[in-house]
Design a binder for this molecule. Structure first.
Ligand SMILES: Nc1nc2c(ncn2[C@@H]2O[C@H](COP(=O)(O)OP(=O)(O)OP(=O)(O)O)[C@@H](O)[C@H]2O)c(=O)[nH]1
Length: 392
């Protein structure tokens, strides 16, 4: 499953975001390191269900809104200097190894100081902290490269030494794929002789590999109390996508949905009050509505969707066994939604669904048109595909 990790300073709102996005029960507190162990939960990317193109809804979506499972990791508070072992240090960074993308949660209200302790709204400039997750990751990675450098130098005395192989071996441990490393090695210039490498060379390589392996979406959280202009400054001052969010607001809405007093689908731009609420609750909800109106929703779903569909450039494809009914073997309509990299082919879908298919792939059928598609055909968002293999 695709995996997205929440990172950021203590008190930025990661636990709140995580609880809201997974509706799992974790500590939410105003103290550094409330979250000690990595939490793993399931959240969802939101997309349009293909059953909207049929007469009836499929039963695996909410009125045509399809939620596709994505793993969400909440890792312990990160403080400046984590790469040198400060705070929870490397334990935190190790936990990010599994992540495909990072949601870097920033307290856009600027009420959290550099150590993650709460102060007052507007006391800090969130822009100063905006690149701190990537900086920590890059320094950590550069540190790993430096720590292993002696070994590379020693290996380089062997006649069949290849610097690219040595770097690939080292960096794939960080969760980088062989392709990522190869791509980095193509664009970053470096000396062939390991003895001539400088810290600069290692840092440039670390930066490029980080960008490819752990792309970042910035979550400008606490947008509900952020001073005017803070979110815009974050958008203008950073190169990564920014989602303005109120994790608190999303949590309140999902809790209200659970209580049956609000109608809301995560990712909607607005909600309806459907049950009895007290005056205080109504006031609270109306405040959330105002923030949502300004930012087109609470931003929690936007952040996840931006990571999945924009940054990681995934498409949602629906494998079926019956191309006419769009069902699986047991008659369930559109039972699975698979997130594949853009450019994937029916064969990639076949491998994603049955990793043990071997060379058993035979052909595929586009269930929308009921036509066979070639094995090099590029799939698109919302495609419904029947794969025929020797296994079925
Ligand atoms: N106003 C406002 N407060 C929020 C929002 N999200 C979280 N908070 C508050 O910010 C404080 C810190 O939130 P947490 O979710 O515990 O922060 P964290 O980043 O997980 O902190 P650690 O667990 O210490 O790493 C809590 O008091 C939350 O209620 C938000 O969108 N708006």
């Amino acid at each position: 499953m695709l995996s997205v990790a929440l990172a950021g300073k203590p008190n930025a709102g990661k636990s709140t975001f995580y609880t809201a996005a997974t509706m799992a029960d974790v500590d939410v507190g105003n103290y550094p390191f409330t979250t000690i162990d990595p939490n793993r939960g399931v959240t969802h990317a939101r997309t349009r269900c293909p059953c909207l193109d049929r007469e009836t809804r499929c039963g695996n979506c909410e009125a045509g809104i399809r939620y596709v499972p994505v793993e969400l990791l909440d890792v312990a508070g990160l403080v400046p200097g984590a790469h040198e072992g400060r705070g929870l240090g490397n334990q935190f960074l190790d936990a990010l190894t599994d992540a495909d993308a990072i949601l870097s949660v920033v307290d856009a209200a600027g009420e959290t100081n550099a150590e993650g302790e709460p102060t007052e709204v507007g006391a800090f400039d969130p822009l100063e902290e905006a690149d701190f997750v990537e900086a920590e990751l890059e320094q950590w990675l550069a540190g790993i490269i430096a720590d292993n450098w002696e070994t590379v130098v020693r290996k380089s005395r062997s006649p069949d030494f290849d610097i690219d192989d040595a770097l690939t071996e080292m960096l794939t441990g960080f969760g980088a794929t062989v392709y990522d490393v190869a791509a980095s090695l193509r664009v970053v210039e470096y000396p062939q002789d390991p003895q001539q490498w400088t810290d600069d060379d290692r840092e440039r390589l670390a930066r490029d590999v980080r960008e490819r392996t752990k792309p970042i979406v910035l979550v400008a959280n606490k947008a509900d109390i952020a001073p005017d202009g803070n979110v815009d400054r974050l958008r203008e001052g950073t190169t990564v996508p920014v989602a303005a969010a109120t994790a608190d607001g999303e949590l309140a809405l999902r809790t209200a949905v659970d209580a049956g007093v609000v109608e809301y689908h995560p990712g909607d731009a607005d909600f309806d009050v459907a049950g009895e609420v007290s005056d205080a609750q109504r006031d609270g909800l109306e405040t959330i509505r105002d923030v949502m109106a300004e930012h087109d929703g609470t931003g929690v779903q936007t952040a996840i969707n931006t990571a999945v569909y924009d940054t990681l450039d995934r498409i949602t494809v629906y494998p079926v066994e019956n191309e006419t009914r769009w069902t699986d073997g047991s008659g369930e309509t559109l039972p699975d939604a698979v997130l594949l990299p853009r450019g994937s082919t029916p064969k990639d879908l076949a491998y994603a669904v049955h990793s043990d298919i071997g060379d058993g792939y035979l052909h595929a059928v586009d269930a929308r048109s009921d036509r066979r598609i070639g094995e090099d055909h590029e799939l698109e968002e919302g495609d419904v595909v029947k794969v025929v293999s020797t296994a079925n």
